[in-house]
Design a protein around this ligand. Structure first.
Ligand SMILES: C[S@@+](CC[C@H](N)C(=O)[O-])C[C@H]1O[C@@H](n2cnc3c(N)ncnc32)[C@H](O)[C@@H]1O
Length: 193
């Protein structure tokens, strides 16, 4: 067995968590791979709400979803995930998924940033229903990514005080700081905030 990459492990765990008919969020839809994966999991009755600040990402994701005949279950928002609370009721979604950083093949200047990411994480934590999950893949291998990854891990480390169960997964012994997965599951008994 080869240990899965953080993105692969995230998919494995989300497959277990997400059910047909659920509403879920892809906070960084990029080339649309996560949105497509989520759209398959939620089925015909479910919904994926996806965000990206790049027109190219929205275009790619729309094309992928349409090609898979998932267009009707995917809502695309061309805006920052920092504003997702405008669209989401409290405890109304089963999972929120972040794959941080920049779009491979596009301008690396357009990347997720600490302030927006933390604001979006707060909104996500409010929007997730009890026993729902928050999955974030961080990329500390580049300068801005390292700063963001540290802030996000710090933010996650406070979640157990609010009744969440959280875990971290990463490869060891890599040349550069390896990408890592942070996963949180909201307790049935606790309110966030
Ligand atoms: C690593 S890529 C995501 C990959 C994607 N999930 C996939 O499956 O292809 C990160 C994405 O985050 C987007 N992004 C950066 N800042 C953002 C923000 N404030 N709100 C939403 N998306 C953002 C980038 O444009 C980029 O497309």
């Amino acid at each position: 067995m080869t240990p899965p990459r953080p993105t692969e492990l995230a998919h494995l765990l989300l497959s277990d968590l997400i059910r047909k008919g659920d509403t879920v969020v892809d906070a960084t839809c990029g080339n649309g791979h996560d949105t497509l994966f989520l759209a398959a999991l939620v089925g015909e009755e479910g919904r994926v709400i996806a965000y990206d600040i790049q027109e190219a990402a929205i275009r790619e994701t729309r094309a992928l979803a349409t090609h898979a005949k998932f267009g009707e279950r995917v809502s695309l928002h061309h805006k920052s995930h920092a504003w997702m609370s405008e669209d989401l009721e409290v405890e109304s979604v089963r999972a929120v998924v972040f794959n941080l950083g920049y779009l491979p093949g596009e301008d690396h200047v357009v990347t997720t940033e600490v302030d927006g990411t933390l604001k979006a994480l707060e909104a996500a934590a409010r929007a997730i229903e009890p026993e729902g999950g928050l999955s974030v893949v961080c990329y500390p291998g580049h300068e801005a990514g390292a700063v963001e990854a540290e802030a996000v891990e710090q933010w996650f480390s406070e979640l157990p005080n609010k009744g969440w169960r959280v875990a971290k997964y990463a490869m060891l012994g890599t040349r550069k700081p390896a990408p890592f997965l942070l996963l949180g599951v909201k307790s049935r008994l606790q309110q966030t905030q």
